[in-house]
Write a new protein. Structure first.
Ligand SMILES: NC(=O)c1ccc[n+]([C@@H]2O[C@H](COP(=O)([O-])OP(=O)(O)OC[C@H]3O[C@@H](n4cnc5c(N)ncnc54)[C@H](O)[C@@H]3O)[C@@H](O)[C@H]2O)c1
Ligand SMILES: O=C/C=C/C=C(\O)C(=O)O
Length: 510
């Protein structure tokens, strides 16, 4: 059953008349004057025009970031001073969390309660990296009596940050916080479907005391603004989150300028439920895992593999629960699944729902929820008995659609779990610890949660294997990505008298 109450479109007060770039401390239009339409996902009508950045706008933003890097205080500040500003940013995000959630929910269709959680997580990202840079130890290596070696960390330069639309503000913060903490200056290119919340960064950073030119924002299409940022020779690295296919294009386009790259890409993550699992918790968690954030979640557990003895019971209970999920106006606090971000994405998800009808047994959902004539609404959809060669088993749908598949042995479960091109997350449900850890070792994924849903510890590596990504961010790994690490070798003894014919073999502590 879905909520069939009438859905009024909630339009936030005080929406901007246009969405601009923010370059060198000023809001500006595109040099060409070009704009693009931004729609809200409930009415699918254009509610604002956003500046469409082109190569010359990117040039301006990169030049400002470069100047702030070469001449400004930001890269040269002591960690404590940068940390204070990052903490102020966290405070300002927290103090505006309700407004951020309102705007994000309106622009992206995310349920308001979940958008609020994401805004709070954005604040936490800043607080976390503020703490980390003051706690960070310097690396030093002593070779007794011979050498003292230490590592100089230096911010890499201008960081290009390219982000997707699924939880825009939070994912921007996951890159902005470590980039700024490391002393880089940045150019952010947010997703064109959801540019609204990103423009709030400008006011927040200004109020927190971030110098002009350190943070620059250029809106626009991926193939134009994003492409120009990737190819710019004065940008030292690209941190990208988005589809695997886009990641491949960016990878190739980074090659001529030999940029550093971090890529968090798509997923088709398995949730594996063994017969000895706590079924109540497994059902709660696997429902949340694929239907929260409208199913538009990179780490969604969108394939559920269930051991045969509990398979029928699991499918029946899961489908019954999926039918009770409240679909509705994203602004309504009762809503659990809102509207998908954009009509193009809605069409893509719906096409998979139709494909699924020929590939699995439909046990919940299967189209628009009843009573919803307009807006990008999709009823939580569950297919059972899905075979591993099915497209809905193999391909990322990125919507409220899940495939359930039975298995008989641990080996079969592992083969099913690993039998896709992606490898972002995996979720294992069992009361047998040995089995859980053995499975965790063997499963091809960047992250594994045992008897838990996606609960994050920001110190741990976050990233995927196979087609799900390149490199890991999180904790010190993020700071490493945004820093160069220069080794400084100091000779203490006479070992390194330079002489032809003398050995320059390695010295190590041993
Ligand atoms: N692994 C993760 O951490 C993670 C997190 C969130 C989302 N995602 C993935 O993101 C995808 C959904 O997001 P999306 O549809 O916005 O992804 P997308 O790849 O279409 O776009 C992401 C960003 O890249 C830009 N872009 C597109 N083409 C470009 C190009 N040629 N050069 C430079 N920039 C370009 C877009 O404008 C946007 O800002 C899903 O595949 C999802 O799994 C992954
Ligand atoms: O939809 C993607 C979610 C990504 C989450 C993170 O990057 C994170 O939790 O740090």
């Amino acid at each position: 059953m879905t909520d069939q109450s009438p859905r009024t479109l909630h339009v936030p007060e005080g929406l901007p008349e246009k969405i601009q770039h923010y370059i060198d401390g000023e809001f500006v239009d595109s040099l060409s004057g070009a704009t693009f339409d931004v729609l809200d996902p409930v009415s699918n009508e254009t509610y604002v025009q956003a500046a469409a950045g082109q190569r010359d706008d990117i040039d301006r933003a990169v030049a400002a970031a470069r100047r702030a890097f070469d001449e400004g205080p930001w890269p040269r500040m002591l960690p404590r001073a940068r940390s204070r500003i990052l903490n102020r940013i966290a405070d300002l995000v927290e103090s505006r969390d309700a407004r951020l959630a309102e705007l994000e929910s309106f622009d992206s269709g995310l349920p308001i309660t979940q958008a609020l959680g994401q805004a709070q997580r954005a604040a936490e990202n800043f607080r976390f990296f503020a703490d980390l840079i003051v706690a960070q130890a310097d690396d030093a290596y002593k070779v007794p009596g011979r050498q003292l070696n230490y590592v100089n960390r230096k911010p890499k330069g201008v960081a290009g940050l390219i982000t997707p639309w699924n939880t825009p503000f939070m994912l921007e913060s996951w890159k902005l916080a470590p980039a700024l903490a490391s002393g880089c200056t940045v150019v952010l290119k947010p997703a064109e479907f959801t540019p609204l919340s990103a423009s709030l960064w400008a006011d927040i950073f200004r109020e927190a005391g971030v110098p002009d030119g350190v943070f620059n924002l250029v809106n626009g299409l991926g193939e134009e603004a994003g492409d120009a940022l990737v190819k710019h020779e004065d940008v030292q690295l690209i941190s990208f989150t988005g589809e695997s296919r886009t990641g491949q294009i960016i990878f190739a386009n980074c090659a001529p300028t030999l940029k550093g790259m971090s890529m968090e890409l798509g997923g088709k993550s398995p949730a594996v439920v063994f017969a000895d699992a706590d079924l109540d918790r497994a059902i709660d968690s696997t429902l949340f895992g694929v239907f929260s954030l409208n199913g538009e979640r990179c780490t969604a557990g969108s394939r559920i593999l269930v051991e045969r003895p509990v398979y029928d019971e699991f499918v029946e209970r899961y489908a019954a629960r999926a039918k009770r999920i409240v679909v509705g106006d994203p602004h309504d606090p009762k809503t659990e699944v809102g509207a998908l971000v954009h009509p193009e994405h809605y069409e893509k998800v719906m096409s998979y729902v139709e494909i699924g009808k020929g590939e699995g047994r439909l046990v919940a959902g299967g189209g628009r929820p009843e009573g919803f004539e307009t807006g990008n609404y999709v009823a939580p959809t569950v297919f059972a008995d899905v075979k591993p060669d099915a497209r809905i088993f193999q391909e990322e749908i990125f919507g409220p659609v899940v495939a359930i598949t039975p298995f008989d042995t641990d080996e079969e479960a592992l083969a099913l779990a690993n039998g896709v091109k992606y490898g972002l997350a995996a979720y294992i449900w069992t009361s047998n610890l040995e089995r859980a850890h053995t499975f965790a070792q063997a499963v091809e994924s960047g992250m594994v949660w045992l008897n838990s849903h996606n609960v994050r510890d920001l110190r741990t590596p976050f990233g995927g294997v196979k087609a799900s990504g390149l490199g890991h961010e999180g904790g010190y790994r993020s700071l490493d990505f945004y820093s160069d690490q220069q080794a400084v070798h100091i000779t203490l003894g006479e070992v390194h008298t330079a002489r032809f014919g003398a050995s320059d073999a390695a010295v190590t502590a041993g």
